[in-house]
Write a protein that binds this ligand. Structure first.
Ligand code: FAD
Ligand code: NAD
Length: 474
């Protein structure tokens, strides 16, 4: 302890108040543990403050403007004017409501909230430095700790974020005016979601992606629909190029790129968004002091109980490995809290869904056909194109499909790939099916409300069984 420290003690010390940390704290509080949550920046972490929520708010707001302006064929004539500051203010209101909610929920569960930066100072001690000059520090003794320090954007060498020309996703979510042009480096989740937002606001967007397609890991028929719609919105794609360097021309960024064969590309844009992935945050907590070190990819390794190599220390969320998704963090937070409380709990990552909030949306869960085959299943696949869905037609949004993958022999549902409006919602039904060990018959036999998009999930399952009534069977 340093002079001036006030020493306190807690059963469970949680470092980081994002989705992993705050859910661990609330669950531990519900289980009557004495819990302290330390957050050095803002409750809700990346997700609520500069990730999922603000980005989805802007995705929706730009959809409203874009859809209203493109509905003449439906007899709707409008020319919406976008006030970017108004849009950003509304988004901030949504964020404030949710972050305030996190604080209230923590307090209601008896969680002791501490603001400051926590660093391990020993096997059972952290030192919390409170923000600002002269704010002091305190030592907290703990029985168990949960590391939930999240991730931050990767900075490309030579492209350090300055918030002026070279932007991270956080900067783009807070723009106060619409840039004329944006070069987006990286065509992954963030690159594609924010390109869609920007293109709908009227920015001229060029995406430079080092691979030969967008959204690595997704199947070709999924990425094709997203890419084509983005192209319709005016987004230009340059594949097989990596960003090398840039110069400020005074009005723009002049960016050079290179292909694997050494060919160079040149681009000029008012701003550059670098979205080339995120890196786990471990440099804020002094892991060494508790006997831990990150693996060679920077993650803190954990087992099926979210426990690290040091028995009384757990790690959850982005810092504990991929996929770096908020709902994965939630689940890990719950499991860590339950294990600490002595409850039987374990992680099962087979049904972690993923969604990309592009236009059209993508929603996936479980295995693809190829993955099922690689795992030794004999996959059977059923598909329903959304052009045959009454609801998709009434929404004037028919690009996409629902595909369901099952094991032919047992009928067990293994996964789904969905592209189309509300794919992020539709995928939940298949997630439940995978989680419960449901069979195709269960999904096909479920009565879905008409007319809804989710009927396509039932119809895809029926298609896999050769029993579809609204599409041609396989
Ligand atoms: P974080 O949310 O990063 O929280 C970690 C917290 O720890 C931070 O608040 C940080 O201040 C704090 N911290 C770090 N070190 C210390 C310390 N030493 N002491 C005290 N506090 C500390 N995921 C989805 O599932 N769906 C989406 O739609 C989605 N959209 C996204 C959009 C964008 C633009 C971005 C950037 C991310 C998005 N994500 C999305 C990912 C999601 O935000 C993360 O997976 C999620 O926030 C991870 O939660 P976490 O608790 O592990 O970490
Ligand atoms: P990402 O991993 O999704 O995509 C990064 C892309 O950048 C890849 O396509 C990669 O090939 C490309 N790339 C890497 N280096 C490059 C270079 N030098 N030049 C050109 N291209 C390069 O990462 P992201 O988009 O930064 O998002 C980070 C993480 O945040 C995601 O992996 C995801 O876990 C999370 N996220 C999730 C959602 C969601 O769930 N809807 C939305 C946004 C972010």
């Amino acid at each position: 302890m340093v002079v001036g420290d006030i020493a306190t003690g807690t059963d469970v010390l949680i470092i980081g108040g994002g989705p992993g940390g705050y859910v661990a704290a609330i669950r531990a509080g519900q289980l009557d543990l004495d819990v302290t949550l330390v957050e050095m920046d803002a409750y809700g972490g990346t997700c609520l403050n500069e990730g999922c929520i603000p980005s989805k708010a802007l995705v929706h707001a730009t959809d409203v403007a874009h859809d209203a302006g493109g509905a003449e064929h439906m007899g709707v004539h409008a020319d919406p004017a976008v006030d970017v500051q108004g849009m950003v203010d509304w988004k901030d209101g949504v964020v404030d409501q949710l972050t305030g909610g996190v604080e209230k929920l923590c307090k209601a569960s008896g969680v002791n909230l501490v603001e400051g930066r926590a660093e391990f100072a020993g096997e059972n001690t952290v030192r919390v430095a409170h923000g600002g000059e002269g704010q002091g520090s305190e030592s907290i003794e703990f029985e168990h700790a949960v590391v939930a320090t999240g991730s931050r954007p990767i900075e490309l060498p030579g492209f350090e974020f300055d918030g002026e020309r070279i932007l991270s996703s956080t900067h783009v979510l807070d723009l106060d005016e619409v840039p004329e042009s944006m070069l987006v480096v990286g065509g992954g989740y963030i690159g594609m979601e924010l390109s869609t937002v920007l293109a709908k606001l009227g920015t001229e967007v060029t995406v430079v992606e080092m691979l030969d397609d967008i959204l690595p890991g997704y199947e070709d028929d999924v990425t094709r629909l997203v890419r084509e719609r983005a192209e319709d919105l005016g987004v230009r794609f340059e594949f097989g190029e990596t960003a090398q360097g840039w110069e400020d021309t005074g009005t723009d960024a002049f960016v050079t790129t290179e292909t694997e064969d050494g060919e160079t590309g040149e681009y000029t844009a008012e701003k550059v968004l670098v979205a080339v992935g995120r890196r786990p945050v471990t440099d804020t907590v002094n892991l060494e002091a508790v006997g831990l070190e990150p693996n060679d990819r920077g993650f803190v390794e954990t087992d099926h109980e979210a426990r690290t190599d040091v028995d009384h220390v757990f790690a959850v969320g982005d810092v504990a490995g991929e996929p770096m998704l908020a709902h994965k963090a939630y689940r890990e937070g719950e499991v860590a809290a339950e294990v600490i409380a002595g409850e039987p709990a374990a992680l099962d990552h087979q049904a972690v869904p993923a969604a990309v909030f592009t236009d059209p949306e993508v929603g996936t869960v479980g295995l693809t056909e190829d993955e099922a085959e690689a795992e030794g299943f004999d996959p059977v696949v059923g598909q329903m194109p959304l052009r045959a869905s009454g609801r998709a037609l009434t929404l004037d949004d028919t690009d996409g499909f629902v595909r369901i993958v099952a094991d032919e022999e047992t009928g067990f549902v293994l996964g789904a790939q969905i592209v189309g409006p509300d794919a992020s919602e539709m995928v939940a039904e298949v997630g439940l099916a995978v989680e419960m060990g449901a069979q195709l018959e269960d999904v096909a036999g479920t009565i879905h409300t008409h007319p809804t998009l989710s009927e396509a999930v039932g119809e895809a399952a029926a298609n896999a069984l050769g029993k579809a009534t609204h599409t041609l069977n396989r």
